[in-house]
Design a binder for this molecule. Structure first.
Ligand code: NAD
Length: 484
């Protein structure tokens, strides 16, 4: 593990290992976490505002860093990095007083005479680990919830977008003392060192495979976890769907960040009767957004690159494997690994044993699968792990209802995609393989809070049930059992 320069209060800077520096900061946060238990809404809001203002002040720097990392278009930096953090911060600043209020609870027949409420207390020292694809948003938005709930935080952004991580480290250092919020850059070794510590809560966003490692590490200390994971998100285009709308919205949801979005449509079932029309519309949308040829698309300022050569090779392999097994390229298909470029690519005729049918694509390939029987589609979706998102474009209420009721997914859009993420008053999260727990707004606040049950005696009805257990008391118990 790397060495770092550590600045101990009142002492000369000392060279130390990153592992011991992580331990030092973690220990430093202990006292602060205890102190923050009594922090007021105003104090927490002031900290969130600091983060909000710093993100606003660094917009240009985010554009620059994201472009250097994977040629991410500035508009997509605004849309998917800056805007979500700002919106999460504003929502928390407006709502925090209300969220923090103890929630009065009416007594049940068993607890008549007791006053009860739920009190939100901070969990304590929290760890936030984020993935590379929206490194800023997926680190700073949970940080808003973490601060709102009154915790300290250690952040570990992804090493795969190093320019963005370095900028985030600089911002955090400028606006927070390390005993409140600290950030450690680095790879798996840094995440592993952090996961060895007894945090009170771990908020992890990333792949299901690493989510399992995080959960196993959390189990050693019985830390609670929020796991925001990924997987394959299915999409259904019904026979009566508005094809133009479906193609326009679906291509946007798929090709923003060049398909590297956890909730991007991963594969599409299209009713066979509208498949050709749908594919034609999709190709028209791709061409109008990014250009007609591979050369034009490579020059497009609106199409981010695949994050690195390793992932370009991974996606290229998925494409090659599918083609070898008989898949047909409907549009796109060009790859330049050294440029981290893969054309937006639609595929059909994909055999069931192709790797692309089981692995999360997380890139610009989109399998199109014709269907005639919605029940079979639902059976196939239910045979896969529960997805983070499921989308349906349809005008038939019965088909929408059937799909909603007979499948399970973290979230769903009807006649749209991806925008469920943007709604700060909805819980955002997966289910089983796609995640545990929720983020955003009050759900994020609760993820970082312990809901403490408090009961206060007013008058002692329960005394009637203390020993000695007379016949009268046994009859009273009997009555209580029968009348519940
Ligand atoms: P990843 O799981 O490889 O990495 C995520 C983070 O975990 C990084 O900070 C990384 O350094 C760290 N990490 C990697 N290996 C680790 C290990 N063995 N032990 C401990 N930490 C480790 O994910 P990624 O490639 O950065 O992102 C892509 C994945 O994240 C996709 O599966 C995608 O669907 C998912 N994702 C989910 C959401 C969501 O909100 N649910 C959002 C974005 C991405």
């Amino acid at each position: 593990m790397n060495t770092v320069v550590s600045y101990l209060p009142g002492a000369a800077p000392a060279v130390t290992t990153l592992e011991s520096e992580i331990r030092r900061i973690f220990d430093l946060q202990r006292e602060t976490a205890l102190r923050l238990r009594t922090s007021t809404a105003e104090e927490r809001i002031a900290k969130i505002k600091r983060l909000h203002d710093a993100v606003m002040a660094h917009r240009e720097a985010f554009y620059e860093a994201a472009y250097q990392d994977f040629k991410k278009p500035p508009a997509e930096v605004d849309l998917a990095e800056v805007l979500p953090v700002i919106s999460e911060a504003k929502h928390a600043m407006r709502s925090l007083k209300k969220w923090m209020k103890p929630q009065h609870v009416w007594p049940t027949s068993l607890t008549i005479g007791l006053k009860s409420w739920v009190q939100y207390e901070p969990k304590g020292r929290c760890l936030i680990i984020s993935p590379w694809n929206y490194n800023v948003n997926l680190c700073f938005s949970p940080l808003v919830s973490c601060i709102a709930a009154g915790n300290t935080a250690i952040l570990k952004p992804s090493e795969m977008t190093p320019h963005l991580s370095a900028l985030m480290a600089k911002i955090i250092k400028e606006i927070f003392p390390p005993d409140e919020v600290a950030l450690f850059e680095g790879d798996v070794s840094v995440a592993t060192a952090l996961l060895a510590l007894p945090f009170d809560h771990i908020f992890f966003t990333g792949s299901p495979a690493v989510g399992k490692i995080v959960m196993a590490a959390a189990a050693k200390h019985l830390a609670s976890v929020t796991l925001e994971l990924g997987g394959k998100s299915p999409t259904i285009i019904d026979a009566d769907a508005d094809i133009k709308l479906a193609a326009r919205t679906l291509m946007w949801g798929k090709y923003t960040n060049n398909g590297q979005t956890c909730i991007a449509p991963d594969y599409v079932y299209v009713h066979a009767s509208v498949k050709d029309a749908f594919v034609k519309e999709c190709i028209a949308v791709i061409e109008s957004c990014y250009g007609k040829t591979a050369a034009e698309q490579m020059q497009s300022p609106y199409l981010a690159r695949v994050v690195n050569e390793r992932h370009t090779q991974r996606i290229h392999n998925l494409l090659a494997d599918a083609q070898q097994r008989g898949a047909r390229v409907l549009c796109g298909g060009a790859v330049s690994e050294k440029d981290c470029f893969i054309q937006p690519t639609l595929l059909d005729n994909i055999p069931a044993d192709a790797k692309i049918q089981s692995e999360e694509i997380f890139g610009p390939l989109l399998p199109i699968i014709p269907y005639t029987d919605l029940d079979r589609v639902i059976d196939e979706i239910n045979a896969q792990p529960k997805p983070l998102a499921l989308y349906i474009w349809s005008k038939t209420e019965a088909n929408i209802e059937k799909t909603l009721k007979r499948t399970s997914a973290g979230g769903t859009c009807i006649n749209h995609c991806v925008v469920q993420y943007a709604h700060g008053r909805l819980p955002f999260g997966g289910v089983n393989n796609s995640g545990i727990g929720s983020a955003h707004g009050i759900y994020g606040f609760k993820a970082f809070s312990h809901e403490r049950a408090v009961v206060r005696t007013r008058f002692m009805m329960a005394r009637t049930l203390f020993p000695p257990y007379t016949n009268f008391k046994r009859k009273l118990l009997d009555l209580m059992i029968k009348t519940q």
